[in-house]
Design a protein. Structure first.
Length: 160
């Protein structure tokens, strides 16, 4: 993917993609088992345009906080009732939330692995209830991270 509309440096570039969208694209690609290749075209002097540097810094700051949900993860199956993207590493499922639910909860209708704990990726535990394969996660009033907040669901094994 390009950061703007061109695959090479274009001094007249005006169609820069928002950095938030680039992070969301990264999460979406990784959740499908892919690698996200982001084109960065240098100027003639070897430097990068300020707009590209700004976007790379934004992605880097988000990655500092959320690397566990990206590096070393793999595809996870869709989860009925959850509209975000899911990645998985070992017995941890990372729920990548793009749109923070207005009702303050995430409900996954079928989650068949035994849940050991649920927390924001930052470590703050979240209240949850897991009964008869249905997982309800109660959230904070506002999304603690943008543009994607990550929730870690630790399990005792894979989903059945």
């Amino acid at each position: 993917m390009t950061m703007g509309g061109s695959w090479a440096y274009n001094p007249a570039e005006t169609a820069w993609k928002p950095p938030q969208r680039l992070v969301q694209n990264l999460v979406e690609v990784v959740s499908k088992g892919g690698n996200f290749l982001l084109n960065v075209g240098p100027m003639g002097d070897g430097n990068y345009p300020a707009q590209a540097v700004e976007r790379l810094k934004y992605i880097g700051q988000w990655m500092k906080r959320n690397a566990d949900a990206i590096y070393g993860t793999t595809y996870a199956p869709p989860m009925p009732g959850f509209t975000g993207k899911v990645t998985q590493k070992g017995g941890t499922y990372y729920l990548n939330v793009f749109d923070w639910p207005a009702d303050g909860q995430i409900v996954i209708e079928t989650f068949l692995a035994k849940v050991r704990g649920v927390s924001l990726l930052s470590g703050e535990p979240l209240v949850y209830r897991h009964e008869d394969g249905r997982l309800e996660i109660h959230l904070t009033a506002q999304a603690p991270d943008t543009p994607v907040t990550v929730i870690a669901v630790r399990t005792e094994g894979p989903l059945a």
